[in-house]
Design a binder for this molecule. Structure first.
Ligand code: A3P
Length: 289
């Protein structure tokens, strides 16, 4: 499959179709009732989207099946040939809109913060995030070929991947969370206590669903059920873009999978680098990872 090219926008790698319309993206006009789902790629975006959609629809899965996830929630900076630009979709969407982005906070179109939009940020521990991103780049022609595992490992540490450095991304959004209406969540918490985390999202969205609806949401947003749901598992994306035979989009959905990929030397190098890059932040990830 032919791969997409990448280029830098303010020091952050982006697919070239995004770069081509960067000014339009930067000037995107958010509306006060927009809800934005923000993540570093592979941190649990789709999971969050499905939860949000089910909350919006009071726990009724049938109402969440109007379109596949990637069309239900336009990805404002993402365009791939053959799928309409996320920006165009977002502009055409009726309010209230739920949108998604992978942009680091410094590249977020300013109007989201100016208009006081609610934002849900989902973060995932760096090592699992790296492993998931590596597999995703292998199967997705809308991103560059990741090269070998060893090469990709270095690129990730250097932030030479699309949407930039994981460390800067999670820290940047963490620093913004006390100034703006941002609900900052963790993939590991969602895995451990879905009900508690789903309730947090529900309250943040200003909804009040009963136990029965919450239980339905937990069921339908579990990994095994989402993996089988064609509206959530990305199998409706054209095969020349995503090749699920290389690696399924819904791959493992677990915590600690990095242990099957990192060598001892890589782990030591990663930890040393992590300490340096995360020094001074109050942001911490689940220690049992
Ligand atoms: P893995 O590659 O580790 O399996 P994103 O949606 O941001 O692209 O993230 C995709 C990652 O989230 C994949 O991780 C995918 O399996 C995982 N994921 C998606 N839905 C999930 C769910 N319901 N529960 C747990 N993990 C989920």
């Amino acid at each position: 499959n032919e791969r997409i090219d990448v280029d830098y926008i303010k020091g952050i790698l982006q697919p070239t179709p995004t770069c081509a319309i960067w000014d339009e993206i930067w000037n995107f006009q958010a509306k006060p009732d927009d809800l934005l789902i923000s993540t570093y790629p592979k941190a649990g975006t789709t999971w969050t989207q499905e939860i949000v959609d089910m909350i919006e629809n009071d726990g009724n899965i049938e109402k969440c099946k109007r379109a596949p996830t990637h069309l239900r929630f336009p990805f404002i900076e993402w365009i791939v040939p053959s799928i309409p630009s996320g920006l165009a979709q977002a502009n055409a969407m009726p309010s209230p809109r739920t949108l998604k982005t992978h942009l680091p906070i410094q590249l977020l179109p300013p109007s989201f913060l100016e208009k006081g939009c609610k934002i849900i940020y989902m973060a995932r521990n760096a090592k699992d995030n790296l492993v998931s991103y590596y597999h995703f780049q292998k199967m997705n022609a809308a991103l560059p070929d990741p090269g070998t595992w060893e090469e990709y490992f270095e690129d990730f540490l250097e932030g030479k991947v699309c949407w930039g450095s994981w460390h800067d991304h999670v820290k940047g959004w963490w620093d913004a969370k006390d100034k703006y209406p941002i609900l900052y969540l963790f993939y590991e918490d969602m895995k451990k206590s879905p009900k508690c985390e789903i309730r947090k999202i529900m309250e943040f969205m200003g909804k009040n669903l009963d136990e029965d609806a919450l239980d339905k949401i937990i069921y339908h947003t579990s990994f095994d059920i989402m993996k089988k749901n064609p509206m959530a598992n990305y199998t409706s994306v054209p095969g020349e873009i995503m090749d699920h035979s290389v690696s399924p989009f819904m791959r493992k959905g677990s915590v600690g999978d990095w242990k099957s990929y990192f060598t001892v030397a890589q782990n030591e190098r990663f930890d040393k680098d992590y300490k340096k890059k995360m020094m001074g932040t109050t942001l911490t990830f689940c220690s049992s990872v």
